[in-house]
Design a protein around this ligand. Structure first.
Ligand SMILES: *Cc1c(COP(=O)(O)O)cnc(C)c1O
Length: 371
């Protein structure tokens, strides 16, 4: 059902819901295939991993299946222990989520309420306004600079009412990223009463020596929360698992509102298996790098500019409204992602696929644009 302002239950609902625009997911392949009556659509629309997870994941899940009648380990002990080791933090610093979206929601429920504010950038990830408005808090949006986060503009919007700043690094849907020095200075400039969320969903893909792992700073900045996910480079989007790294006393608050069994047992097992397979992760990263080159040079030869991206997608300027192009691509069995709802009506976000998918997409785009 689409959101409606004349829904009579709106006046009974929590403050913030009337202005809340629900998240628009990428179109599922099965839906398009059903609509077109074809069997071979490709989806480059949700920044999923085209290689999927490590084969060790399937093995680990099969081995864990006999125990599925039991509740999961609600404390996620083994996975948190391994993650804590990777990040060089104590186990108590790690909060597991049903996807990292869940952790973003926990942050909003703990630190935001009607009358206080969250600050984030124009073109930032759509879950930030949703999490903010769902708890009745007010969003302050800073204009972007060159499609990326303008840290000065964000800083200017921080007031005594600000409780949370959301930063995606790299950002979705633009792929832009912040360097170590500028991000550190920005966090250091904030009052300690402002929680800073650095969302590192695409961290594994970034290939820049100046790109920071902000989880290293949680003791320096007790107001810092870093989120990570298994949905992208680890290929576990369907399982819904992510986590936050923060000061243990911040994690303790997040855990007060967390559902006791928010992360299912197979997801925990899958994440552990995925973490072990470093060779698979490396293959994913290399495949992405090659696909990024293929798509960006393909766009360039179509005369299209794309926003330089450090992630597993690239957002291309079509120099015309994206709607008709998106629809025409669908008819050719190619699902991409319009980003009009992110304030980018002429851009299309394209997730990096396998070589033949990227090829098929570029061919379809060429035909659709009629060059
Ligand atoms: C995809 C994405 C996530 C991951 O969400 P999950 O709930 O972990 O699947 C988080 N943040 C950003 C910016 C993303 O693009």
């Amino acid at each position: 059902m689409s959101p409606s302002h004349d829904n009579p239950f709106l006046r009974l609902s929590a403050p913030g819901l009337s202005e809340l625009q629900p998240y628009i997911p990428g179109k599922p392949i099965s839906e398009l295939q059903r609509e077109l009556g074809i069997g071979s659509a490709i989806k480059l629309a949700s920044n999923e991993n085209p290689l999927g997870p490590s084969p060790r994941v399937a093995e680990a899940i099969l081995a864990a299946l006999p125990e599925i009648g039991r509740y999961p380990d609600g404390g996620g002990f083994e996975l948190r222990r391994v993650l804590a080791g990777r990040h060089g933090v104590e186990l108590e610093a790690v909060t597991l989520g049903n996807g990292s979206n869940d952790v973003l929601d926990l942050v909003a429920r703990v630190f935001l309420w009607p009358g206080v504010e969250a600050v984030f950038s124009e073109h930032a990830f759509a879950v930030y306004p949703i999490a903010t408005q769902a708890v009745g808090a007010t969003a302050r949006v800073a204009p972007a600079r060159a499609f990326g986060h303008d840290l000065e503009a964000l800083r200017e919007r921080v007031t005594e009412r600000t409780r949370v700043v959301f930063i995606a690094n790299p950002n979705n849907p633009t792929g832009t990223w912040l360097r170590r020095a500028e991000l550190w200075v920005f966090i250091a400039s904030l009052p300690e009463t402002v929680m800073v969320v650095v969302d590192e969903a695409y961290t594994e893909y970034v290939d820049d020596p100046d790109y920071p792992d902000a989880s290293r700073w949680i003791h320096e900045f007790p107001n810092l929360i870093v989120t990570r996910t298994f949905s992208k480079a680890y290929g576990l989007a369907g399982f819904r698992i992510g986590y936050g790294v923060s000061h243990p006393q911040v994690a303790e608050l997040l855990n007060r509102v967390r559902q006791p069994f928010n992360v299912n047992s197979l997801a925990q097992v899958a994440a552990l298996a995925a973490l072990e397979d470093r060779a698979h992760l490396q293959w994913v990263i290399e495949t992405n790098r090659a696909g990024m080159g293929q798509l960006t040079s393909g766009f360039a030869s179509l005369g299209l500019e794309s926003i330089p991206s450090a992630a597993n997608f690239v957002t291309v300027n079509l120099a015309r409204g994206s709607g008709p192009v998106y629809e025409a691509l669908l008819r050719k069995g190619c699902i991409a992602r319009p980003v009009t709802n992110y304030g980018l009506p002429n851009h299309l976000r394209v997730s990096i696929g396998l070589a033949d998918e990227n090829d098929r997409f570029l061919t379809a785009l060429d035909e659709v644009l009629g060059r």
